[in-house]
Design a protein around this ligand. Structure first.
Ligand code: ADP
Ligand code: GLC
Length: 491
């Protein structure tokens, strides 16, 4: 099977969140299952700076926005990505540094619609084997709104490859004015309720949903949730339709165990595993994590529990709930908090304020740090993920692997992957973390209080840690499920 995997970010080249983790590892999993894969993404400024050797393998011209744009396809070999990477090089659209979607002022690039519309056109040309690459995929696996037009464009072709469109997050719809639809010269009959139109705008997400052969999302629970208005932002109707056609799947993400593994992780201080022991190593890792904030020795050596959080500081992640419960927990327990993230300014500000008031109880790093993210996974005792919705979530999977017990709201992939420490689940040896069912401060607080109580019962805690670390969320099982789809659909 030949698979063209289209994405707008991939670790280790460029990353804003979990999509990059998936794009940097699912193609590898396909390749390990003997599939022939090419990853295609834009040649952003920061990506080009990371690469020493790229080779031009094709060039083509695409029309959009009253001009003809010249695109080069560059081929790169990237350490950590086991399949050839094709970079779509259009300097006027992609040669910009920093975040792939936003300018330095935190605002979306004014021309994102053109950028990803043109990217999709190039991917479609490549997928039709018209770019001179002499490679015809059987399937195109497109991801999120940035590639939503790819399945749509292919649906107009004679004998196109099959298309799978994976939704990683319904909150980002890729909405643009009708004028962009016109200037991308898209087929006029797409405009309408059954097509790409969403309340007078072009929705690139909707294009992928309605025009791909198959649609998937990144957990079984989220696949159900997005057929309801609370989760689908107005697209529940088309999703329900795809579900009724039997063409909406939920396949859980996996984790890249070459990057996220406490037994080999080069970014943590002391390696550990279930077999070789973890208690002493986690203590060393806790001190190493806290040391980033130059804390006094007694804090570094303290037995007090540390609750970690790493993530985008946006409403999705339930940061408002964290801010509400934090002061009470600081008063009523001896827990410490370590928070690493960036996002909405008001959350950043409020967290910095707390850190200022509680200098050795609340440690905050506003920004992006790969190293700290790994150190928190290895060094914290509990990992907080009170997301209001969560398509899959990778951090809770990393937390399980690192024996850092996740505290999660029962939604999407969080509900599918964490087993609550109820008496019954504990007795059966199944529990792996803490789950609350109502996204309220009371539920979060009482769940954290329960977790902190169990932290004091060392044998129970260690059993929980061990069960968590023994869970297998590597890619193999999930990649097999995608392949089952690819192989089950006749030519
Ligand atoms: P989402 O994709 O919604 O952001 P996920 O849990 O799927 O959520 O994935 C988030 C990924 O981004 C994880 O690999 C996490 O470690 C990483 N990440 C998020 N924020 C930061 C940060 N500030 N520094 C380092 N890594 C981060
Ligand atoms: C999105 C979701 C997250 C998911 C990730 C990768 O950003 O918010 O839940 O894990 O994509 O699929």
């Amino acid at each position: 099977m030949k698979i063209l995997f289209a994405t707008s970010e991939a670790h280790p080249l460029i990353k804003t969140g979990g999509l990059a983790d998936v794009s940097g590892s699912l193609p590898n999993a396909y390749a390990h299952l003997k599939q022939k894969v090419r990853l295609i993404m834009p040649a952003y400024g920061d990506v080009m700076e990371k690469l020493d050797h790229v080779k031009e393998v094709a060039d083509l011209t695409v029309g959009a926005c009253d001009r003809q744009l010249h695109a080069r396809i560059l081929k790169a070999k990237v350490a950590g990505i086991d399949v050839p990477v094709w970079l779509v090089d259009i300097p006027e659209l992609f040669k910009r540094s920093g975040n792939p979607y936003m300018a330095a002022d935190g605002e979306d690039w004014w021309d994102n619609g053109e950028r990803f519309g043109v990217f999709a056109k190039v991917v479609a040309e490549v997928a039709m084997n018209r770019a001179g690459l002499d490679w015809q995929p059987d399937w195109v696996h497109a991801n999120d709104w940035q590639t939503g037009l790819v399945p749509a464009l292919l649906s107009e072709e004679v004998a196109p490859p099959r298309t799978l469109f994976t939704i990683h997050n319904m909150a980002y719809a890729g909405l643009f004015p009708k004028s962009l639809f016109d200037s991308l010269w898209l087929p006029w009959h797409w405009w309408g309720l059954q097509g790409v139109e969403f309340h007078g705008h072009l929705s690139m997400l909707k294009a992928g949903i309605v025009m791909a052969d198959w649609v998937s999302t990144v957990s079984p629970s989220y696949a159900r949730e997005i057929t309801f208005p609370e989760y689908a932002y107005g697209l529940e109707g088309v999703l329900l339709q795809r579900e009724r056609e039997g063409r909406l799947l939920g396949i859980l993400n996996g984790i890249d165990t070459t990057v996220w593994n406490p037994a080999t992780d080069p970014l943590i201080k002391r390696h550990y595993s279930v077999e070789k022991g973890r208690v002493a190593a986690k203590k060393v890792n806790k001190a190493a994590m806290l040391d980033f904030w130059d804390l006094p020795k007694d804090v570094l050596e303290s037995e007090a529990p540390v609750i970690g959080l790493v993530g985008r500081l946006v409403a999705q992640k339930g940061i408002d709930l964290v801010l509400e419960v934090l002061p009470e927990l600081l008063e009523q327990t001896d827990a410490r908090f370590v928070i690493v993230g960036s996002g909405e300014r008001h959350f950043e500000y409020a967290l910095n304020e707390l850190a200022h008031h509680y200098p050795d109880r609340v440690m905050v790093y506003i920004g992006y740090s790969e190293k700290l993210a790994h150190r928190v996974e290895a060094g914290a005792d509990l990992f907080l993920m009170p997301s209001r919705f969560e398509p899959c979530g990778l951090n809770q999977l990393y937390s399980l692997a690192y024996g850092t017990l996740p505290v999660v709201h029962a939604t999407g992939g969080l509900a599918d992957t964490v087993v609550n420490a109820t008496d019954e689940n504990l007795a059966e040896g199944k529990a792996t973390g803490f789950v609350f069912f109502d996204p309220s401060r009371h539920a979060l607080k009482s769940t954290l209080m329960h977790a902190l109580y169990l932290y004091g019962r060392k044998r129970t805690w260690q059993k929980l840690q061990k069960t968590a670390m023994q869970q297998d969320y590597s890619w193999e099982k999930s990649a097999q499920k995608y392949l089952q789809l690819f192989q089950s659909v006749p030519e």
